[in-house]
Design a binder for this molecule. Structure first.
Ligand SMILES: Cc1cc2nc3c(=O)[nH]c(=O)nc-3n(C[C@H](O)[C@H](O)[C@H](O)COP(=O)(O)OP(=O)(O)OC[C@H]3O[C@@H](n4cnc5c(N)ncnc54)[C@H](O)[C@@H]3O)c2cc1C
Length: 404
């Protein structure tokens, strides 16, 4: 055993990050104790299924488990870590779990719209959120989704498949505006329109009231209003940084880590949705908020705890499925980037588009060509500049389109 290795590793959070880290520790031959602590009741499941198969009701939580139990890992579900000292984690069942190395994998939670109150609205983050929302959608037959991001749009699609009337209200001028330019957002608007869902944009909901007949009415700043039986608020996520912040770790929108997932305190690591990692390619830092980022960072954290080489941070990528259309995106795309379609066409809902800032390739977004997205990820990580005049149908097969 590497002499730098700790004897006891404690991981808080049983999501993709916590589970993967525990698995990698064992796979790398770590023989010390591993304790995995999570406040959800379920063993680790695939969270992306929450707004897809689970809300649709086509799969149960048991059918979307992440993997088998890991040998020799003490898994404690249904308990919350309430505080961390420099040597132990305090649990809400009164137990204290000592550690030599600690991984904070506490993920994030659904952002609330405080001004609307929480009495009548649903949020969607965990398996436990699904059954009450699913039942309410079936009971009322109509859903208003506040927030036209990825999860809001996925939930809208699922509710429509359940037979509900669905309307989406988005504060920005386009849906999916955090990752996609106007043309791709429009494609999604049309896709939802074709499936009977209207997306209203530039809507800032300021009031939600329950009418005498039990329906809910959302009123926007400009006076427009919409009513439905069920309301889902899906306006982004907030990282669960409190355990780290309370013990004095450096934080921003997440717990700040270096490329080896080390926080500002020795022996304490953070990874996944809760972590803010350095962007080693474009500079600055970011929170991944996608499945593959969680898995990649968990692997790095486990290797880092064991004193093993971690290599370069992966270029992040994610996916979203709405009405059977599978969108893939990579890098750091935003509505403000310049996009060049290098294969297919957005109109046909089958394309690959590169996102450029100047002559720097910063990301890609596409439908139907996953291999392109993989290839573009490696081009992004190379940091090479792109000759935009050569970007076109067969650009991916022409290395000369990249200039050094
Ligand atoms: C509805 C939904 C759909 C998604 N769909 C996609 C998708 O299609 N594609 C994609 O790439 N990504 C998707 N994502 C994002 C992806 O699921 C997340 O990035 C990933 O699950 C993050 O994993 P994590 O383990 O870091 O955090 P989480 O999955 O949030 O896990 C953290 C765990 O820690 C627990 N916890 C927090 N604080 C404490 C505490 N004090 N004590 C004990 N336990 C604690 C939490 O309850 C949670 O169980 C989706 C996310 C959601 C919510």
């Amino acid at each position: 055993m590497n002499t730098r290795q700790p004897g006891r590793v404690v991981i808080v959070g049983t999501g993709a990050t916590g589970y993967t880290a525990a698995k990698v520790l064992r796979a790398e031959g770590f023989t010390g104790s591993v304790t995995l602590i999570g406040n959800e009741q379920e063993a680790t499941y695939r969270r992306p299924a929450v707004s897809k198969e689970l809300l649709l009701g086509t799969k149960s939580v048991d059918q979307v488990q992440l993997g088998a139990a890991i040998d020799g890992v003490d898994v404690r579900t249904g308990v919350t870590a309430t505080a961390v000292s420099d040597s132990a984690v305090q649990l809400d069942d009164g137990d204290q779990v000592p550690y030599d190395a600690l991984l904070l994998a506490t993920g994030s939670r659904a952002r609330q719209l405080d001004r609307l109150g929480s009495g009548h609205v649903f949020t969607l983050r965990s398996a436990a959120d699904v059954a009450p929302l699913h039942a309410d959608i079936l009971r009322t037959g109509s859903l208003l989704v506040i927030g036209g991001g990825l999860i809001g749009c996925e939930a809208a699609a699922a509710a429509r498949s359940l037979g509900a009337e669905v309307t989406v209200l988005e504060a920005a001028s386009t849906p999916l505006s955090r990752i996609a330019p106007a043309e791709i957002s429009q494609m999604y608007r049309d896709l939802h329109g074709d499936n009977g869902i209207t997306i209203h944009t530039d809507v800032s909901v300021t009031e939600l009231e329950k009418l005498p007949d039990g329906t809910l009415r959302a009123t926007a700043q400009d006076g427009r209003s919409w009513s439905a039986g069920t309301v889902l608020v899906s306006v982004g996520s907030v990282a669960n940084i409190e355990l780290g912040a309370d013990m004095g770790l450096e934080t921003a929108s997440g717990i700040l880590v270096d490329a080896e997932m080390r926080t500002s305190a020795a022996g304490i690591y953070a990874a996944g949705d809760v972590a803010e990692v350095p962007n080693t390619i474009l500079g600055g830092s970011y929170r991944s908020e996608h499945w593959n980022g969680a898995v990649d960072q968990a692997t790095r954290a486990a290797r880092s705890i064991l004193g093993l080489d971690v290599g370069d941070l992966d270029v992040p990528w994610g996916w979203s499925t709405q009405h059977g259309v599978n969108l893939q995106f990579a890098g750091w795309t935003s509505a403000d980037d310049e996009y060049v379609v290098v294969r297919g066409s957005i109109e046909d809902r089958r394309f690959t588009a590169c996102a450029l800032r100047g002559d720097t390739l910063v990301g890609a977004i596409g439908v139907g060509y996953p291999k392109d997205i993989r290839q573009i990820r490696s081009l992004i990580s190379s940091g090479d500049r792109v000759d935009r005049d050569l970007l076109g149908e067969d650009w991916l097969d022409q290395p000369h389109a990249v200039v050094r």
